[in-house]
Design a protein around this ligand. Sequence first.
Ligand code: TEU
Length: 570
Amino acid sequence: VTQHPWWKDTTIYQIYPASFKDSNGDGVGDIPGIISQLDYIEDLGVGAIWVSPMYDSPQVDMGYDISDYESVYPPYGTVADMEKLIQDCHSRGIRVLLDLVVNHTSDQHKWFKESRSSKDHPKRDWYIWRPAKYDEQGNRHPPNNWRGNFGGSVWEWDDATQEYYLHLFCTEQPDLNWENAETRAAIYESAMEFWLRKGVDGFRVDTVNMYSKDPEYRDAPVIDVGEKWQFAASLYCNGPRMHEYLSEMNTVLEKYGAMTVGELPHTHDKGHVVRYVSAKAKQLSMTFMFDVVDVGFGADQKFDTTPRRWELPMLKHAIETTQDLIEGTDAWTTSFLENHDQARSISRFGSDKTPEGREKSGKMLSMLVASLSGTLFVYQGQEIGMTNVPESWPIEEYKDVDSNNYYNFVKAKTNADPAALARTKAAIQHLARDHARTPIQWDGSKNGGFSTNKPWMRVNDNYPEVNVRREAQDKNSILSFWKQMLRLRKEQSNTFVHGIFTVLDKENNSTFVFEKKGTNGKAIVALNFTETDQSLALPSDSTLKRLTGNYDDEVSGTLRPFEGRIYLTQ
Ligand code: TEU
């Protein structure tokens, strides 16, 4: 029997602290709230949790703007609460990952305050400062034309010291200068070792491929003609020193036996991804590839005023790309459909229009993601089939800086044209990050049992129907189905976690049928992505045995609306 590291076979459950469980009635989730639900988490069958940023922060980007790595955002609790969480998880055999956000800090971090205080400050070089460019008329311009991830220029003018600083995300998220060895050492000490010493088992690493940028900060090619700022990911992702930095970072992790899962946007080439996650390379344990994330909107642009149509073959291809990573390599991969940056998967890939469609497609998607190879990640609320917020919610209910910036950009550009704004709102209702961030629906009581007070973000209107208490009592619920899937995944880990993936119906627009081949058996997974009957031709194989499905019985040759079935075979 092959001995795998723990993080290959375990399922990891992501917790978004603001929206998980409020223990003290201030409307915001907190760490004691997480601790209070450890029975629930353990009962799901997951082996680890990943806690999204709980560090002190002004919350411009929901904690991804960190002002102090070594303290906790007071509404979430204290460092002592985190110590208790780690201890309580460990005593149940659950591991704990934190979110490592070290491409940038908050502009309220003391390092940045010092850096911006004067050009001669010893920490000036800890961030990325550049002089302005002036045209012939003497007008001031930023050093280049790069557009940030939340829109606008990546450069912000600092009046006091008369230079620009770089921020790939919000203005309030200045990029750290990884070129500076002293900065790197401070990052390792403050953001990593402080928590590793407290026993955390690893990190989800935010935007892991952006630390090394184009050394010359060249202009990006003009794709959006007439726009001032251009998509520049090829110039700020995967820069020349990226692998050197990650090897260095790994020497810190190794001391503690800690694992990592790095977020790898804008990188689709197998050879390139393998460089990050090959076991021999000793850089990252695994990554989140963005192929599935990018289905339905261009990688270059998050929202489009008309949300792009996606077709099933695109999803198959995206999944194939991430699955192929482990074939013939010593690399490892991940399987996920949701996180705090994605719309809800039922609303994106299934159907949230009727209770029946939600239930069937939720279970079908659970069969998909839980039978794929790599480490499985489940995002809070996914296990009860939470959905996007309703169309009727006004734009004011959306709190995310990404959604708001985009809406305001369109508003300014079109002079608040009602038709353009309606299209933008529709795109946001489809793909915004906000959908993942509504509070967890624990029961049918006021505020979905999340808080006794008005929650920081409105609870999805469907909480009386979609909630943990209701689903826990129902053996036919999405939640019960997820628990069953996680158990089957464990029992058949050779096939599901480690098997080789092959799509059997590549071009089919309605069904997704694939094979998983382990070293001592095979599985066939057959899924219907439509709300009508579809014909199904299974490979003729007398050893096919139905393992599970989301309908009680089986109709041969047909998959009913959103039906999914899994077969095992010798
Ligand atoms: O996201 C980085 C990222 O590349 C995207 O998924 C990002 O959300 C998208 O470009 C926005 O449209 C990570 C975090 O997951 C995200 O929540 C943070 O906002 C971001 O980094 C900055 O720290």
